[in-house]
Design a protein around this ligand. Sequence first.
Ligand SMILES: Cc1ncc(COP(=O)(O)O)c(C=O)c1O
Length: 397
Amino acid sequence: MMRMAKRVESLPPYLFVEISRRIAEKRAKGEEVISFAIGDPDLPTPAHIIEKLCQAAQDPANQHYPQAGGLPELRKAIASWYQRRFGVILDPDKEVLPLIGAKEGIAHIALCFIDPGDIALVPDPAYPVYTMGTTLAGGKPYFLPLTRERHFLPDFESIPADVLEKAKLLWLNYPNNPTGAVADVDFFNKAIAFARQHDLAVCHDAPYTEVAFDGHHPVSFLQAEGAKEVGVEFHSFSKSYNMAGWRIGMAVGNAAMVDALRRVKSNIDSGIPLAIQHAAIEALRGPQDCIPEHNAAYQRRRDLVIETLKSIGLEAETPQASLYVWARVPEGYNSADFTADLLDQVGVAVTPGLGYGQSGEGYVRLSLTISDALLVKGLSRLAGWRNTRRLTVKNRK
Ligand SMILES: Cc1ncc(COP(=O)(O)O)c(C=O)c1O
C-alpha cells in the first residue's frame, strides 16, 4: 500500500466541494444554474495582447526554456508600471520577480519563511492559498478576523504575545477578496510599524488594485514609507488585463524576499512561457483603455447586484474595488444553508462565506465576473427568492 505524506492529509477539505457537487448534479439533470460563484473575468483578454502572444509564439526564439527570473524586458516593464501607477521605484533586477500567476508565488513564499512549527498571520476570511501554503510548509496559520465593525481591517493589537513570538509572516490583501474592502496608506504604515516591532515579513496580495469603481484608485503597499524594508507585494495580470488563463503575475519589493523566492522557484518550475511574458509586456506598455472599460462594466453589474440584494432585504456594502459583493445572509440562515437554498429554490450559485474562514460565516460572496445577460437573468431569479420562501413555508404548513 502506498503511503502519502502527512502534509497531504493536513490539507483541509476544500469547502466548496459540496456546492460544486450540487451544481454539477443540477446541471446533469438539465437544470440551468446561474453562477455568481467564480472570480474569473468573463470578458476576453484584449485583442492587442492576444495578437502579441500569437506573434511571439511563432518566433522560434520563444520556444525554449525561459530564464527562472523572467525576461529582463518584462521585469523592466513591471518596474516602469509600478512607477507610473503608484510612484514606486523598483530595481528591475533585484526587486521584481515574474510569477506563474500570483497564486504560485503566494504558495511558494511560505517555503522561504515557514519552518515546521512557525506561524503565519492570515486574515479571516481570505483567499485560501495563504493558509494552504503555510500548511504545506509545515506551519500553522493564526487567523486575524476581518469584521465589518473594523472595516475588514485586522486588529494587530489583539494578537497574543506567544503567537507573535512564533510568527514569521503577515498576510494582507487589499482590495480584499472576499469582502471587497480597501485599505489606505495609513493602514499600511501601521502594518509596517507592527512588522518591524515583531520581526515579521509582510506579504501584501494586491491583484485587484486595477479593479475599482467611482473614481477610486487603490494604493499599493509599497507606497507606504519603509514597505520595501519589510515586505513584498504580489500582483497579477489575471484581473487587470483578463489574463487569468495565461497564468502570469509578479512579486515586487524587498530584495532579500524576492531573491529567496527566486531561489525556491528556480528549483521547482522552469519559468513562464516566453510568449506569455511578451504578452504581459504588451499588456503593461500597450493601450490601457481596457481597464476603465472593464471597470465600467463591473460597476454597472455591482450596482444591479446591490439593488437586487436590497430588494430582498439583504445587507451588503457597496464595494469600491475588487470583483466581489460580500452580502449578509438573511436571519435564520448560515452561509451554507443560504447557499444551498438559493441553489435549490432559484438555481443561483453563490459562494458560502465559511469557505473563506470562520469569520466568513454569516456572509455569501457574489462575483461580478458574469456576463450581462446571465447577470440580469440571475438577478431576476434572486429577486424572486423571498416569494419561493413564502411558498415553501406555506406548502410545508
Ligand atoms: C486575493 C487573490 N490573490 C491571488 C489570486 C490569484 O491570482 P493569479 O491568477 O495571478 O494566480 C486571486 C484569484 O482569484 C485572488 O483572489
